[in-house]
Design a protein around this ligand. Sequence first.
Ligand SMILES: [Zn+2]
Length: 235
Amino acid sequence: MSNPIDRRSWSRRQWMSWATGAGAAAVAMWRVPALAQGSTPPPVPKEITPDAALDLLAKGNQRFVEGKTLAPNRNMARLKEVAPKQAPFAAFLGCADSRVPIEIVFDQGFGDVFVTRIAGNVADPAIIGSLEFGCLVLGAKVLYVLGHSSCGAVAATLKGDAMPGQISTLYQHIRPAVKVSQGSLDTAIRENVKHQASVLAEASTVLAGLLKDGKLKVAGGVYDLQSGKVAPVAL
Ligand SMILES: [Zn+2]
């Protein structure tokens, strides 16, 4: 599936097969966003690469921070367009924190991003399986780990306090980052992004294969609760 696909040579049957998911692994189709009235459309690539996908996210967050959101693909037409099938261009591992809604902070809409959220943005087995589905089956080109400032899960792990129920089961996933943080919450948050990204890239043979073939790129960032800005984290 690494060869470029000549759409003109595809039969209707092949396209139907692709559309129902059988051949979606390698190709994420870019859809023209439905733009707010009077807004300027962003450039729309015909077939998106991992780097182009990352660029779309960076531009979306920039629009959000500058108060120039287009809120693309958030209407009934788009809803109906993606109802039969989805091809999100990016997959996310973000924190469950109510202040970090992925679609809003990256200015995306229906069908654009495949999002998993869990306290502390930790890559546990169910999350890894979900992201494997988003990247291998649905064809997301970027796998983005997003931490955020003042993350309660990372702060709790740093303190190591006993918590009721199963809350402290999150600690085991965040401890490797805390160990190299020298007691700094901000450092622990950044290190946690790096650690979870490495877990995804190394613990999953499915994701490792996509990365090796250049079909996927792993990226990381930290969202600032005060400014709305996502600062990239070098992995
Ligand atoms: Zn958090």
